[in-house]
Design a protein around this ligand. Structure first.
Ligand SMILES: [Zn+2]
Length: 407
């Protein structure tokens, strides 16, 4: 076997290039529903549909792996319907890959009365208020029924900013015990990949200990969890850098809940491969377009007579004119911004395309070993005067050999 290849019953991971300066990597991940190219951003299709995009439109952005929420699918249509239809791919007419979360985080964040015990997450049904329990076994059973290509362990998630060290340790250790229960409950290891989730808050020693214990379980992929919960960006970067330094080269590394373009660029430089976030579609519903020069609110009156595309040079279906493109103008989006759905759909298509294209550009830069130059150009695009670079990004990038402030 080649030394750049890892294979597992339902996945193969081939490392094809490394940045000679940073810790960035480019790789090919082959999943049961086809190959995907890393590093990558995964759009979130909450209820088996991406808000504002049809499966065809999502496919057209180049997306080959999207995220579904187990909690939402478990409630509606529910496990019986999913079983009857043959899983989430069939339900939503999506022939590419799906990743599902465990459902635990959604419950804890959406349901005020959720309580975590060793058994699982206890909560009251949002339908009739009856007490329910999500155990590691039940989460895996639901994800087995959904049939997603990557499934996530149930973990005990605590906001990283919690000052309670003892509770943080309990959550980390419990997440390891729950991984063992998930592995034991998993019915389809030949066609679904179970990823572990590293916890430990902002405590780097606890993160290291968790890495060691999780890696001993030898799952086909590894997630770094619990972040994007309001911690300082410096702390976020320290946790990611600490974990990636300990992870094996030949497995995919997924940092959960991350999606701002600057965060993606820096996290790739720190050695992460996969990301997800609802932000690109959520912010579209507020009239915001993600561009190389930052966010533009197209509802702003200045765009009412702007007949250029949402972003000049963008290759998305909305901005592109000619073959298959719609040639949509900022003025048109602005005009429709009050009739929420049309403008939100157009901006969602643009924003998802922007995120996926950003990752394609990053990947190409890594392969051609010019990623440090790409990083400098990317930040210069967002901050043309170069004086207001975010200090967390400057520090984190300096730690992997890229100085944003020198030319
Ligand atoms: Zn566009």
């Amino acid at each position: 076997m080649a030394s750049n290849l890892f294979t597992s019953p339902a996945l193969s991971f081939e490392l094809i290039a490394r940045c000679s300066t940073t810790r960035a990597r480019a790789s090919n991940l082959t999943l049961p529903h086809g190959p995907v190219q890393l590093p990558m951003f995964m759009p979130v299709a909450t209820q088996a549909s991406l808000k504002g995009l049809t499966p065809e439109q999502l496919e057209e952005t180049g997306c080959r792996l999207c995220l579904n929420n187990t909690y939402h699918l478990g409630l509606k249509p529910g496990q019986d319907v999913l079983n009857a239809v043959g899983g989430a791919h069939k339900l939503q007419g999506w022939k590419h890959n799906i990743l599902t979360d465990s459902g635990g985080f959604q419950m804890v964040s959406l349901l005020k009365l959720a309580k975590i015990t060793e058994e699982g997450v206890r909560f009251l049904s949002p339908h009739d208020g009856s007490p329910m329990l999500l155990t590691p076994e039940h989460s895996i059973s639901l994800q087995n029924t959904i049939g997603s290509d990557i499934i996530m362990q149930l973990d005990d998630v605590l906001v990283t900013t919690s000052p309670d060290k003892a509770r943080m340790r309990e959550a980390m250790e419990r997440s390891v015990r729950w991984l063992d229960r998930c592995i034991a409950a998993h019915q389809n290891p030949d066609r679904q990949n179970l990823f572990c989730i590293i916890q430990g808050g902002l405590d780097l020693d606890m993160r290291r200990e968790c890495c060691e214990q999780m890696l001993a379980r030898d799952t086909p992929g590894i997630a770094i969890g619990g972040l994007s919960g309001g911690e300082a960006k410096d702390d976020y970067c320290r946790v990611v850098a600490t974990c990636t330094a300990l992870l094996p080269d030949l497995k995919p590394r997924y940092v959960m809940g991350i999606g701002y373009p600057e965060d993606l660029v820096v996290s790739v430089a720190l050695g992460a491969d996969m990301f997800d976030c609802v932000w690109p579609t959520r912010t579209a519903r507020f009239g915001n377009a993600i561009t190389r020069k930052g966010m533009l609110n197209i509802r702003n009156a200045q765009y009412a007579r702007d007949f250029g595309p949402i972003e000049p040079g963008c290759g998305c279906m909305c901005c592109r004119s000619g073959e298959g493109g719609m040639g949509i103008t900022r003025a048109y989006v602005n005009h429709n911004a009050s009739k929420e759905t049309v403008a939100a759909h157009l901006l969602s298509i643009h924003n998802v395309w922007y995120q996926l294209n950003l990752m394609r550009e990053i990947r190409q830069a890594i392969i051609e070993d010019r990623f440090p130059t790409y990083i400098r150009e990317f930040f210069a695009g967002l901050h043309p005067d170069k004086t207001n670079y975010p200090s967390w990004a400057v520090e984190a990038l300096r730690g992997v050999g890229v100085d944003l402030l020198s030319d």
